[in-house]
Ligand binder design. Structure first.
Ligand code: FEO
Length: 414
């Protein structure tokens, strides 16, 4: 394990970032594989009164205190703002409060009080903030904005009006541990967005509608921040609108034209044979699909698959019938897909069975119920015959009723 990387950085005269790069967590929320790591960002506003905004995951509580002490004695913290109770941000707060002697007022959504007490078995000097409440402090105005369900019901943001700094919590955040703290390098930001996309779909994708509502609310309030300080990843100050627009595009489910994702299992090669024909047919149309497979030589984590599907135009799902149901890995993938991605994408289903076909119809039912548009379902017993392959080709035409698709798709064969 490498040395733990932390940042204590002055963002403006009195505003600081405290960031830790977590490369130890293999599965975020014990669920999403993150070889790219994740950061936890807390912030501190100093003055006559000292305000801490959030903290880090409990694993790093001691290190958080060490970093905090480089700027301020924990006993001198007057307010702690909780934007979001998930423990990747609230985890070090109990330790801070203990060192603080319990004198700091804890500010947050009214729901956060009960969550805090039940998560940490600890009472606090808690003061709920209502939507639109302001705190005049150190010659500045901090406005609290309720943004429920991004990511949990108690989520709020803070806006430091005089400095135009928006502390946005999970929203506008990302996975990965970039070697810089700002968005100043366009090339780095461009590489970073794929982690933002993966973070979006896995963590807040289920709440896309609420993400849009939050962005609209900021707009209606006339908040066009010069600095976006999220709880994960880069701080945006060169081009804050970029991350707002990117989140909006993902939340609106705007597809990249011609982007196709293929996800299939193949136990002994029958499904794969049908899928290969579908892929060839796409290539003839100038489309390079992104392909993920569950076979006897590889399995792929769902976060990576979902992060490509979120902005795809169409999907091809291939699955075997397994014990009277859909192949388990595909079954689970479909459940998560329906929860995380807003529907509307077109789907072609390719399915194989040995003695009783079940998977094809079940996939069709599940996806249609979730609002996807199943354009065709091709099921065959054992290996696909010529007539099955012809139906697959027809299915591709139904997905894309144009002869060529210049510039569509991207990399393939994951
Ligand atoms: Fe980064 Fe929902 O916590």
């Amino acid at each position: 394990m490498g040395e733990l990387k932390t940042y204590v950085e002055k963002i403006s005269t009195d505003f600081y970032l405290l960031r830790v790069d977590d490369k130890q967590t293999k599965y975020f929320e014990a669920l999403w594989s993150i070889p790219e790591g994740v950061t936890y960002n807390a912030y501190l506003l100093l003055g006559d009164r000292n305000i801490l905004f959030d903290s880090w995951k409990h694993t790093y509580a001691n290190r958080f205190i060490e970093c905090l002490r480089q700027i301020v004695d924990p006993r001198d913290i007057d307010y702690i703002v909780i934007h979001h109770m998930e423990q990747d941000h609230s985890g070090a707060i109990p330790k801070i409060l203990t060192l603080n002697g319990g004198r700091a007022k804890v500010l947050g959504h009214s729901l956060a009080r009960g969550m805090f007490e039940s998560f940490y078995d600890m009472k606090t000097e808690f003061k709920p903030v209502r939507d639109g409440d302001t705190l005049a402090i150190n010659g500045k105005t901090i406005r609290f904005i309720h943004t429920p369900w991004v990511h949990w019901p108690e989520t709020i943001m803070s806006y430091i009006e005089e400095d135009s700094i928006l502390l946005s919590g999970d929203v506008f955040g990302s996975f990965s541990t970039p070697p810089v703290i700002y968005d100043s390098d366009e090339e780095k930001v461009s590489g970073y967005l794929k982690f933002a996309r993966k973070y979006f779909v896995t963590v807040v994708g289920h709440y896309s509608k609420h993400v849009l509502r939050a962005i609209e609310k900021l707009h209606k309030l006339g908040i066009a921040p010069q600095i976006i300080a999220p709880a994960h990843g880069l701080i945006f100050r060169s081009n804050p609108q970029l991350i707002i627009d990117y989140y909006m595009r993902l939340a609106k489910n705007v597809p990249i034209r011609g982007k196709v994702v293929v996800v299939y299992d193949s136990m002994y090669g029958s499904v794969e044979k049908g899928i290969s024909v579908a892929i060839n047919e796409l290539r003839k149309k100038g489309i390079k699909p992104i392909v993920y497979s569950f076979t006897d030589i590889q399995h792929i984590d769902l976060g990576s698959i979902l992060s490509e599907i979120i902005d795809a135009e169409a999907l091809i799902i291939g699955a075997s019938t397994y014990e009277g149901d859909i192949f388990p890995k595909i079954r689970y993938f479909l459940e998560v897909l329906a929860e995380k991605v807003r529907a509307g994408k077109k789907v072609l289903i390719v399915s194989s069975y040995g003695w009783g076909g079940v998977a094809g119809s079940k996939i069709s039912e599940k996806l249609s119920k979730a609002g996807f548009k199943v354009v065709s379902r091709v099921e065959f017993r054992g290996t696909p015959r010529e007539e099955d392959l012809a139906k697959i080709k027809e299915g591709i035409s139904l997905l894309f009723n144009v002869s060529t698709y210049a510039g569509g798709g991207s990399k393939e064969n994951h």
